[in-house]
Design a protein around this ligand. Structure first.
Ligand SMILES: NC(=O)C1=CN([C@@H]2O[C@H](COP(=O)(O)OP(=O)(O)OC[C@H]3O[C@@H](n4cnc5c(N)ncnc54)[C@H](OP(=O)(O)O)[C@@H]3O)[C@@H](O)[C@H]2O)C=CC1
Ligand SMILES: O=C(O)C(=O)CO
Length: 315
């Protein structure tokens, strides 16, 4: 089996592929046009987030049997088309869920305890204790939307901090566990002090957090987004922060990432966010730890092996 690795990966993948008897070409700097030109020669494609695997790319995938995404989200892959073409798609959500959950906790604790602001002040010689009085996580109600890998890992940690955790997942049944109560969405909007998004980006979740949704919350709340930026309308978030309905936000992802590509309206919203002490921002690093970098490879290789075994035994 010949595999094209078209994005940078932790080098542990090379030994894993060789041990499995798979041959590969590693071209981490391949751009879209290179993939378009070469893909017809490969049975497997490994990508991270550089290239969208859309209809045009797939039209060159005459030999392709699988795509392995070195991460959780599959929003860059045309899943309808891969299904039609019988191409397997693997992801490594189990590989970075703990990283995402720890980052969610870290961002929230930073926000609640004014860590970024206070750190900046002390560095400038300002010793302000009253202006940096914190908020505790203990006893807060957290609402999670999406209860898969990241939602589950986040619930485990939030409950350990003394929070009551409510979880809503539109596509799972009977998912409540010792860390989170399974609830309808309206229970989250009625009770949550903190909302944390752990959903994929789909037509349904794009702009899920808009003005009407924010207004549907009964209490002012804090927002965490470590899913995809496009699930939250930045303009609505800014309105919510201005009105006080949103008390603060932790954003690892933005509506239009990489900052350079922002439209005028997005730039205006982003300028508000970056000037606000009620907001903690990180550059999409939630799933991006040294440990997850390796674990993602292990998860993908296990999935590919499992699939090959199933094919071999016809199950
Ligand atoms: N910031 C970062 O670095 C990272 C971000 N992510 C993002 O987080 C997302 C979630 O990851 P992960 O937890 O691993 O994914 P999972 O698929 O394990 O969990 C997501 C859950 O949300 C459910 N869901 C889908 N649509 C809705 C909806 N409209 N309302 C409520 N629930 C819904 C899914 O159902 P179903 O399975 O049926 O779709 C699934 O049960 C990824 O898709 C990715 O975009 C992931 C890793 C790192
Ligand atoms: O795993 C994901 O989907 C991420 O966003 C990190 O690449």
């Amino acid at each position: 089996m010949k595999i094209l690795i078209a994005d940078s990966m932790h080098p542990s993948i090379f030994g894993m592929f060789t041990d499995a008897g798979w041959s590969y070409d590693y071209f981490p700097s391949y751009r879209r046009e290179d993939i378009l030109r070469e893909l017809r020669n490969y049975e497997g494609l490994v990508i991270r987030s550089k290239t969208a695997v859309d209809a045009e790319i797939l039209s060159e995938a005459s030999m392709l049997r699988f795509i392995a995404r070195a991460g959780a989200g599959l929003d860059l892959i045309d899943l309808e088309m891969t299904k039609k073409m019988g191409i397997e798609v693997f992801h490594a959500g189990e590989g970075n869920r703990d990283a995402v959950a720890e980052q969610a906790l870290g961002m929230l604790l930073a926000l609640f305890n004014n860590i970024v602001k206070a750190d900046g002040e002390v560095r400038q010689g300002i010793w302000d204790r009253e202006g940096n009085r914190g908020v505790e996580l203990m006893g807060k109600t957290v609402g999670l939307i999406g209860y898969g890998n990241n939602g589950g890992a986040t619930a485990r940690r939030m409950s350990g901090f003394g929070c009551r955790v409510l979880a809503y997942d539109k596509y799972r049944d009977h998912y409540g566990d010792e860390f989170a109560e399974e609830v309808p969405l309206k229970e989250i909007t009625a009770q949550a002090d903190i909302l944390s998004l752990h959903i994929p980006l789909t037509a349904e979740t794009r702009n899920l957090v808009n003005e009407a949704f924010i207004e549907s919350f009964e209490k002012p709340f804090y927002l965490l987004n470590l899913s995809r930026g496009e699930t939250v309308s930045l303009a609505s978030l800014v309105k919510g922060l201005e009105s006080g309905k949103i008390k603060g936000a932790c954003l690892d992802v933005l509506e239009n990432e990489k900052l350079g590509k922002l439209s005028f309206a997005q730039q205006e919203a982003f300028d508000y966010l970056r000037a606000s002490n009620k907001v903690v921002l990180t550059p999409h690093i939630g799933g991006w730890t040294h440990e997850s970098y390796v674990r993602i490879n292990e998860v993908l290789v296990a999935q590919i092996k499992g699939w090959l075994t199933r094919l071999e035994y016809g199950v």
